[in-house]
Ligand binder design. Structure first.
Ligand code: APR
Length: 303
C-alpha cells in the first residue's frame, strides 16, 4: 500500500495555504496528477509552474492549473478557497457568511465534475463549512475537516521538548471551542497529570498559537499543510491512521447534526470509523458546549 497513488488530486484555492498543501502532497509522491484551481488564474498557473520546476529531481507527478472541467476524476479535493483570517479577525466564525457563499459556488462546480471525490475542508470556519458541504449532498464519510490534527500538533509543541515523546490530542471546534484532552496526554509513554493552573496556562498558549504566527508572517502554512498531507496520505494509501478530524456526528458522543473534531480513522473510503474515546466528565461537557455553539452559529447563518 505504501507506494499506492491517487490518479488525481485537486486543490481549490491556490493561495498561501493551498499552494503549500499542494507542494507537501506532491513531495510525498502520492498522486499521478495534481490540479490547482483558483479564481485568480494567473496565480494558479504560476504556482503550478513553480511546483513543476521543483519536480524533475523528485518524482514524476504532473502538476497543472485549470478550470473545473479539469477536476474530473479527482479522488481527493482539498478546498482552501475563501477569505483568510487576518489579525483583525479574532474568531474564525466571523468568516462564515462570506465563505459559505464562496463554497456554494464551488460546490455546484464540484458536483458537476467530480461528485465522487472525497473533500477535505480547510476554509474557515472549517467545522461549519464542513457541515455545510455535508448538507449540500456529500456523504459524511466523504467530507472531512482538517484542523484537529493541526491543533493537536500545536498542543504537542507546547507540551514537549525535542528529547521527549509527546502524545496529545485536541478535539472540539477548530477555533475558540477547542478542547485539549488532558486526560490522555502521555509523555514518553506515561500518562501525565496537570493541575488546573497548568491546564489554564497551556490552553491560553494553545488558543493564541495560530494568531502568534499570523501576526508575524501573515498566515500559517507549514503546520496546516503538513497535517493535511497526512490526511491525504492516509486516504490514498489506505493507512487507516488515527487522526483528529472534523466529521459530522451521527449519535457518537451523543451528538448529531454538527461537524466537530473527534478521533477518526482515515482510509480509502474517507472516514472509516469514528473512535468514541472515554473522556473525562469535564472534557465531555466542553465537547457538548463546543457543539452547541457551532450548531447555533450554523442555524443563525441560515436565518
Ligand atoms: N474559487 C476558487 N478560488 C477562490 C474562490 C473561488 N470562488 N474564492 C477565493 N478563491 C481563492 C483566492 O483567489 C485565493 O487565492 O482562494 C485563495 C485563498 O488563499 P489566500 O487568500 O492566500 O488565503 P490562505 O491563507 O491560503 O487561507 C485560505 O484557509 O486556513 C484557512 O482561514 C483560512 O479560510 C482561509 C483558507
Amino acid at each position: 500500500m505504501e507506494n499506492q497513488k491517487a490518479n488525481k488530486i485537486t486543490i481549490i484555492g491556490a493561495g498561501n495555504l493551498g499552494s503549500f498543501i499542494a507542494y507537501e502532497i506532491i513531495s510525498r509522491d502520492v498522486c499521478k496528477e495534481m490540479v490547482l484551481v483558483d479564481i485568480l488564474k494567473d496565480l494558479a498557473e504560476g504556482q503550478a509552474m513553480d511546483m513543476a520546476q521543483a519536480l524533475p529531481y523528485k518524482n514524476r507527478t504532473k502538476v497543472y492549473s485549470g478550470g473545473y472541467e479539469d477536476i474530473v476524476g479527482s479522488e481527493v479535493i482539498v478546498i482552501t478557497a475563501g477569505k483568510p483570517r487576518t489579525p483583525d479577525i479574532k474568531d474564525r466564525l466571523e468568516l462564515a457568511t462570506i465563505n459559505v457563499k464562496i463554497m456554494n459556488f464551488i460546490l455546484t462546480e464540484v458536483k458537476k465534475y467530480a461528485p465522487e471525490a472525497i473533500i477535505i475542508t480547510i476554509t474557515n470556519p472549517m467545522d461549519l463549512i464542513n457541515l455545510h458541504i455535508h448538507k449540500s449532498g456529500w456523504a459524511r464519510e466523504k467530507v472531512i475537516g482538517s484542523g484537529g490534527q493541526l491543533d493537536s500538533s500545536r498542543f504537542r509543541t507546547i507540551l514537549g521538548n525535542p528529547d521527549n515523546e509527546v502524545e496529545g490530542y485536541v478535539i472540539g471546534e477548530h477555533g475558540a471551542g477547542q478542547i485539549p484532552v488532558f486526560s490522555k496526554v502521555k509523555i514518553n509513554g506515561e500518562l501525565k497529570e496537570f493541575n488546573l493552573e497548568e491546564q489554564k496556562e497551556i490552553k491560553e498558549k494553545l488558543k493564541n498559537s495560530s494568531m502568534e504566527v499570523i501576526k508575524r508572517k501573515g498566515s500559517t502554512v507549514f503546520a496546516p499543510a503538513s497535517n493535511t498531507a497526512d490526511m491525504v496520505e492516509s486516504i490514498v494509501r489506505d493507512q487507516k491512521r488515527l487522526l483528529i478530524c472534523s466529521t459530522v456526528l451521527k449519535g457518537e458522543y451523543n451528538l448529531e447534526d454538527v461537524s466537530i473534531g473527534v478521533p477518526v480513522r482515515l482510509g480509502k473510503s474517507g472516514i472509516e470509523k469514528v473512535e468514541e474515546w472515554e473522556l473525562s466528565e469535564d472534557e465531555l461537557s466542553q465537547l457538548r458546549e463546543s457543539a452547541r455553539k457551532l450548531k447555533s452559529t450554523y442555524e443563525s447563518l441560515n436565518n
